[in-house]
Every structure is written in structure tokens, then in C-alpha cells.
Ligand binder design. Sequence first.
Ligand SMILES: CC(C)(COP(=O)(O)OP(=O)(O)OC[C@H]1O[C@@H](n2cnc3c(N)ncnc32)[C@H](O)[C@@H]1OP(=O)(O)O)[C@@H](O)C(=O)NCCC(=O)NCCS
Length: 352
Amino acid sequence: MVNIRSFKEEDNETLLSIERLCPQGNEECAMAVDKEPDITARYELYDNWEIRVAEEDDTTVGWIGWTVKQGPEQKYVYVAEVMVHPDYRRQGIAIKLLREAERAAHDAKVSHIYCYIYEPNEPSMKLVEKLGYIQEKDVRIIAMSAYKKEHIEREYDLARIDGKDLPEAVKLINSYYTGKAHFSPFTAPGFRTYANRVLGYGLENFLVAKWKGKIVACGGFWDSSVLMEMTYTKEPMMWKLMANAYGILRHFISMPRIPAEGEFFKFHSIVDHAFEPEHALAMEEILNYCNNLMFDTKCEFFGAYTDPDDPIIEVMKKFKPMYETMYLYAKPISGKLPDFSSIYVDCRDPIL
Ligand SMILES: CC(C)(COP(=O)(O)OP(=O)(O)OC[C@H]1O[C@@H](n2cnc3c(N)ncnc32)[C@H](O)[C@@H]1OP(=O)(O)O)[C@@H](O)C(=O)NCCC(=O)NCCS
């Protein structure tokens, strides 16, 4: 008999150990994370969160976590993760856990509930589809390796943001994302609080590029490895072949690196980026700066999670990225689904 109860601090170790057994993906490609030492650290980035634990005969067998977010008009729920111990799968435990989240969503009278699912994670897609979630949108995962130093002949003034420039940067962010699903315009103090609350981000890691004294591009550079390290437990054959080929070529020229199967790696994310369309080069200069920072600290992998139509994808091409996909699945609760034709990806969400 499965019992669902609230999370207790003592659950931390058990949940971490179950998560290690839960790579997300299929036989060809699967990703796992290590959130040592604290399974709840990712939740602390949000204003509120809830974890419910599933027990069978006093043994912890799985859990679900979610947060209620406040949109400009309505609230909505983000399901951050649902995990079930491999020995207890296909017994309806994940369904039970998701129904808990949906009950909470109903009680909070939110418009909808959503989650992200990594493309190779077919069991999860089947799971949420069974509960009536619809695949609404694909999100591009862009991963780059800082494999060479970029020469910077700067046309723009690049700096870590000065507090007095925050309103101007926030204005640029708001105009870049206005109208996109899941975006609530920031105020300057609100943005400061949010960025400083995200461990490894903070305003000190927010960069601006100026043209004739005006901010034309900006972006945060978030060390998300303070919350988790990632590894591919299964890597596509094509990547292995590419990694080998790059390895040989690397004797002659600089080539990108692909993490080896089973290798834990740290990832930095470009977040809350925004730029004026005619100043894509300013965004490129910010990326060059981030690349060189990574290169110098030998912390190789960085990238972004974005709407596939985001113009930053074009700017990132020169870094020879690898692309993956995750899907946004959503289901109406007490309202209608937003228009997901273009979306803002809250940087806190796509932590696997
Ligand atoms: C995805 C996961 C949570 C499913 O847990 P579960 O308790 O086995 O799921 P349930 O028993 O409630 O399954 C409900 C339905 O989901 C679908 N499903 C679940 N696992 C599946 C699988 N391996 N293959 C195909 N369909 C699957 C089926 O439709 C299933 O109904 P059925 O058993 O009547 O056919 C579990 O496999 C897991 O922990 N995976 C690793 C972590 C992960 O990917 N989490 C999700 C992203 S955070």
C-alpha cells in the first residue's frame, strides 16, 4: 500500500540516493544529476515549494516536487520532478504523486500546471500524456564547450552591471520577453532579489554591453553546478564517434569537447539574456567573455535553455554547440492554457 506524506528534512539522503538510480532517458541517451548535498536546494530558489514523498511499507520509494508561481494575471504550478525508485516502477506510484500535485494546483486555483521533459525520456512523456498533459512546446538545450579562447576586439563596453544601470537592463529584458508565456515583467528591485536569490547567479554575474552609453545587450552567467553536477549515463553512439574524431583533430586544431559517458561535469548557463536586434554582436561579445572565463578556469561546459525561435541561437552558432531538446507539457487546471507559441524559460526550472 502506497502512502503519500509531506517531506521531512531526514528524507534528504534517501531522496539523493534514489535520484542517483534515476537517469532520465532511454537506452541510447540518458542523463543523471547529482544534487549533493541537498535535494531541496533547487526548491529554495522559488518563493514556495512542496515535496511529497511516497512510501511503501515504511520504505521511501519516490517523490514529487512543485512550486506555485504568480503570473501577471494568474497563478500556475511548475512540477519540478517526479522520481520513483526503479524497484517500484509500473505500480502507479508516479500517477499517484502527480495527482497530489494536481490536487494542490486545484486548491490553489491556478490556471494550469506544467513540466519539462527531456526528449529521450519516453517513460515520462507516456506518464504525463496518460494524465492528459499536452506537449505544447519544444525548448532548445544548447551546450557549448569553451575549447578555445576567443579574441576580443571589442566594439562594445562590457561590464558587470552597476546597480545604477539595473533599471535600464531590466527594461531591455522586459521588452525582449514581453508577451511570451511564463514571463512576468520584472521591476528593478524584483530582478535584484530574484538574481541574488539564485545560488551561483547573483547580480555580480550579470553582464551588460553598452553602445554609446546605452545598454544594448545583457545576460546573467549562472554557475548552476553549485546546485547539481550532470552526467550522461548513456551517450548516443554518434557523440562517441564525434568525441573520438575531435580527440584526434585536437592534436592539430582546437576542437569542442564532448563529455565522456559517465563523466560528471559542471555547467554554466547564460540566463535572462536580452539584446536589441541590431546589436547581436554585443550579445556575441558577452558570450565571448563568458567563453574566455570558462576557458581560463578550465570549467568547460556552458549554454542555454531557450525558445527555439530565440535569436540568441543564431549568435551561439559560432561556438559549435550541441543541441538537445526538452518538451514543455501542460494541462489546464482552473483556467486556460497560455499561448505557448513563444515562451520565456525561467532559468530555475530546467534543473533535471
Ligand atoms: C517516469 C517515472 C517517474 C514513472 O514512474 P512509475 O511509478 O513507474 O510510473 P507509473 O507506474 O505511475 O506509470 C503510469 C503510466 O506511465 C507510463 N509509463 C511509466 N513508465 C513507463 C515506461 N518505462 N515505458 C512506457 N510507459 C511508461 C505508462 O503509461 C504507465 O501506465 P501503465 O503502467 O498502466 O502502462 C519513473 O520511470 C522514473 O522515476 N524515471 C526516472 C526519473 C524521471 O525520468 N523522472 C521524470 C522527470 S523529472
